[in-house]
Structures are given as C-alpha cells and as structure tokens.
Design a protein around this ligand. Sequence first.
Ligand code: CTP
Length: 389
Amino acid sequence: MAGERGSMKIILGITGGIAAYKAAELVRLFVKRGCEVEVVMTDAATRFITPLTMQTLSGRPVRLAQWDDMAHIDLSRGSAAILVAPATADFIAKIAQGHASDLLSSLCLARDCSLFLVPAMNRQMWDNPATRRNLAQILEDGVHVVGPLEGVQACGETGMGRMAEPDEIASAVLSALSPKILSGKKFLVTAGPTLEAIDPVRVITNLSSGKMGYAVAQAALDSGAQVILVSGPTCLPPPVGVKFVPVASAREMRDAVMANVGGSDVFVGVAAVADYRVANPSSSKIKKGGTLKLELEPNPDILQEVASMENPPFCVGFAAETGNLEENARLKMKRKNVPMLVGNLAQDALGRDESEIVIFSSGAAKQLPRAAKTKLAAQLIEEIARAIS
Ligand code: CTP
C-alpha cells in the first residue's frame, strides 16, 4: 500500500466547486510520481470538469455518482488513501455526519485507508460556525485536511477558502503516506547545473534540468529527513519544506555546501557541476570580432571535498557517463572516495522525466529499470536508508 511508491493507489474524489479544474493537474502530478489514480466524481463535479478529461489523465474509467452496486465499496480496498479535492462545505458536512448518500461519501464512510480533504469554498462559508464545527469533528476523527489558502476567490471576494495548489496537495499527501525511514536524519543535496560567467550576459552551463536532484530532495523529505537543497538555476519549484539555497557558479555551490554541511548525515551530489570556469571573465560585454579564445581553469570538486572531511557525512555521488558506465563509475567512486555512486547514461537522462540508473556500492551494483525520476529517487532513498542504518 503506502510502502512502495510505484504501486501506490490513490482514489481522487472530486466534488462540485469551481476549483475542480485543479483536480486535473493533481492527477497528472500523482501519475508523474508513480501512483495509480482512480477518479470518483459527484454529480455536481461533472458540471465543472468533464469525466472525459479525468479519464484521459488518469488512464482509467471515472466512477460517477450513481451508487449502483456494493462492488464500488471495494474501490477503496488496496488504496493508500482517498483524497477529496476540492471538498465543498456540503461534502465536509456529510463526512462530519457520516452520510453515505452517494458513491463518494459511501466510499469515505466504508474506507480502510487514510482520508484527506482539501476544502475549497467561499470565505463566509469557511468562517460559518457550522463549517467550523464540522471541521473540528473531522479533524478529531483523524481525517487529514490540506489547506485552504487565503486569497482572491472565484466569487470575487478575498479571504480564507481558496483550494491549496496541486503541488502542495500532492506533496502533503505523499509525505503523510511515506514511511518515515529517515526520521531525525539531515540531508544535504546539490542539484541542477552551474553557470560560469564569460561576461556579464553570457555563461557556460550544461543541460541538467535539476529534476533528479529535486526528486531526491523530495523523497528524502517524504521519508522524514530534514533537507537542505543547494541548487543551480532550474525552472523547478523547490519542494515544499526544504531549506532552499539558490546558487549560480560552482564556487558559489561549493561555498554554500561547506557552509551547510556541518551536522549532515548524508550528502547527495546530484548537481552537474561545471568542471571548469573561465579564468578571467570580462567585466563588460565582449564585442564580436575575429576568433575568441577562452582560458578555462578547474573548479573545486565539491563531492571530493565533502568526502575528504574529517568526519564526512555518508556521501552519494552521481555519474552521468556517455559509455562504459560500470568501469567509469567504479573509477569515480574510488577517486572521490564515496561509498555509493549512482550511474546513468547522460544521453538517456538529461532533461527528461525518466531515467534508468545503477546504484553502485562496495561490491554491489543494483540496476533499477527505466522509471520516473521521482520513483527512482524514492528507491535510492530506501537504499541510502538501508546503508546508514
Ligand atoms: N561533482 C562535484 N564537483 C565537481 C564535479 C562533480 O561535486 N566540480 C560531483 C557531482 O555532483 C557528481 C559527481 O561529482 O555527484 C560526479 O560528477 P561528474 O561530472 O560525472 O564527474 P567528474 O568528476 O566531473 O568526472 P568527469 O566529468 O571527468 O567524468
């Protein structure tokens, strides 16, 4: 159920509110993170977003309001959670009272898994004493509540009641469901590319997207670790809950790592750190004309420096190779003196959502077949947890 991310099934219930459109993005995020999603919609929800949209995104038939046979109750069997997003004031009242008047409320009442409600409603409905009572009741009953947020509402008013954003909902749910195998552990993770200045407007960089590093940070968070993420520039939002340290150049990354490494239990170097920087970057924009020669000098090797500290954290390196994966990875492990190294073929991984990795540790090599980086990151975190326990 909640143990193996790859096989985690989530029932996503949608009730009738304007925020129902955000449920589409939510399905996409769960699928991307390796979950199976089964969508159940109330009658009212189908007026806001079509079952066809939800069916296409989830890749499964959508269950609608009709409560036609008891078999539907079985839907929640084998599921890690039921998540209702958006949950209207009316639906929260039903859950507080224990109603079973349609398929979704029946599923919630007959569940044997966690229930998450994501309220979305007008601010006065949210503040109404009846809603407050219902909310206090469901919290007492062990239901998880995600959000709501404060802000501008569909009705034009401003206040509390806006539905939480899909990425926050997905993180909150997956975090709550993951076993806390790293509770009390401190992780320092580097991610993304670095930028090495040529002049004030030009840089040398690489094609790293940061996806794997961010996935590792998220998986460590989900497992209960405290995480510091030192990242070169990417287009990704930092995982909710990390201490985020943005940097640009390799030297800035090195300084940020050394300033934060004290007390870390694990260091994971996922960043594609530029091995060289321009020796004398120009302070003004270089004008074109003739051949331009750049002199490059080596950057510090961050992983090697951390691994050679007096009491180093457990160090995990990444090696993106274009061939001879095992041989190059083993050599790199030895040269940098790290107990674990993740190898992949750069051409199959850079910038993509999926990858195929091999986890090398002393003597052993564990091949993980092609999968979403989020899933691979969760598996890597399990390996790290085993290694440091
Ligand atoms: N790394 C680092 N600092 C550097 C270069 C690399 O911390 N200046 C880390 C990366 O984050 C990664 C590992 O070292 O965890 C391997 O990176 P890679 O670029 O594959 O190795 P290099 O040592 O640069 O070897 P080469 O480029 O020659 O393959």
